[in-house]
Ligand binder design. Structure first.
Ligand code: TYM
Length: 349
């Protein structure tokens, strides 16, 4: 976590910086897959970019949700962005549903997106199987809403985990199609690029190293949540799946749990891969697990302390989101107008 206040950006720096947009759904607990795959990288790169981070609450209702907790969960994710180190000198935090242009651009993009592109999305297929007969149109349309999120801000880069790569490729296909059909030789929408780090891009479940760590896994033992207290982290690591081999190494496809746990240790302890490989090469699990537990607790503890401070003052968070909405809306509305003009709409008088 940064200890000194960063220098404010000059106007020229803001104007020349590339733009970043990303988001997290307010569904269930934020786990270390979300943190290591996405938010940690937002924080690490934020000084070089002009950043927009939204809490994607419209995405949260594409599967059955609880209306009684949606607003509180949305605030909790915004507070976690700040607690993880998102800095308002570099970044804007806002709530997706507060900026109506997201829904409106989604409709316009829906009308140029072929159905079969959406039916091919891996995440749709996986989630649709879980929903059975109850699959809503929103689940199919989820990637178009995500494309609208990105395109409204003319984002250059989208820092995400590996599982979102296909959705960003789809976004690029939508851009090409819209520019080709309606651009008349001009660029209406800008094509974004995914920003995916090598390590932590796919954090695996603690109970099955071949499955992605996920909010929707029915077992809480499968994930470490960013707000888990130390004793819970200890229990989860104690119970996590390992293998009977002594000596811990990275990259062995026959040992997915070993690779995942070593990667977690590397990222949580802030050591290099070489240092962790050398430290653990002769270790057994009994010796390794306490090390990982200690590193995870030490890494998450400052985030948890900051989260408690931020959530103690609701009016502060409200002011952050109010200001975020204003900044986001100004940019999003300008893009929406540009798209509507390209599509031939009369503009409101
Ligand atoms: P969500 O909430 O499912 O995930 C948020 C971020 O966490 C990453 N992630 C992981 N990374 C590594 N290992 C894992 N096990 C893991 N699980 C999740 C995701 O890749 C994501 O970066 N569709 C997005 C939300 C979204 C969005 C956007 C993102 C909506 N609009 C616009 C970027 C830009 C999602 O999956 O959220």
């Amino acid at each position: 976590m940064p200890t000194t206040a960063p220098a404010p950006l000059t106007t020229l720096e803001v104007m020349t910086k590339q733009r970043v947009l990303s988001g997290v759904q307010p569904t269930g607990n934020l786990h270390i897959g979300n943190y290591l795959g996405a938010i940690r990288n937002w924080v690490a790169g934020q000084a070089q970019y002009d950043n927009f981070f939204c809490v994607v609450d419209l995405h949260a209702i594409t599967v059955p949700h609880n209306p009684a907790t949606l607003a509180a969960d949305t605030y909790a994710i915004a507070a976690l962005y700040l607690a993880c180190g998102i800095d308002l000198d570099y970044s804007t935090i806002f709530v997706q549903s507060h900026v109506s242009a997201h829904s409106e651009l989604t409709w316009l993009l829906n009308c140029i997106t072929p159905l079969n592109w959406l039916e091919d999305m891996i995440q749709f297929k996986e989630k649709a199987v879980k929903q059975g007969q109850n699959v809503g149109v929103g689940l199919l349309d989820y990637p178009v809403l995500m494309a609208a999120d990105i395109l409204l801000y003319d984002a250059d880069k989208v820092p995400v985990g590996e599982d979102q790569k296909q959705h960003i490729e789809l976004t690029r296909d939508i851009v090409d199609r819209l520019n080709h059909q309606y651009g008349q030789g001009e660029t209406v929408l800008k094509s974004p690029a995914p920003l995916i780090q090598t390590d932590g891009a796919r954090v695996m479940s603690l109970t099955d190293g071949t499955k992605k760590m996920s909010k929707s896994d029915p077992s809480d033992l499968s994930r470490i949540n960013v707000l888990d207290p130390p004793d819970v982290i200890q229990t989860k690591i104690k119970k996590c799946k390992t293998d009977p081999v002594r000596g811990l190494t990275f990259g062995d496809p026959a040992r997915p749990e070993c690779n995942n746990l070593l990667t977690l240790y590397m990222l949580m302890s802030g050591q290099s891969k070489e240092a962790v490989a050398a430290e653990c090469v002769e270790m057994g699990w009994g010796q390794f697990k306490p090390l990982l537990t200690e590193a995870a607790i030490a890494h998450l503890q400052p985030i948890q302390t900051k989260y408690a401070e931020i959530t103690a003052d609701k009016s502060y968070l409200e002011s952050v989101l109010r200001e975020g909405r204003q900044k986001a809306e100004a940019i999003a509305n300008a893009t929406l107008t540009r798209v509507k003009q390209a599509l031939g709409y009369s503009l409101p008088l």
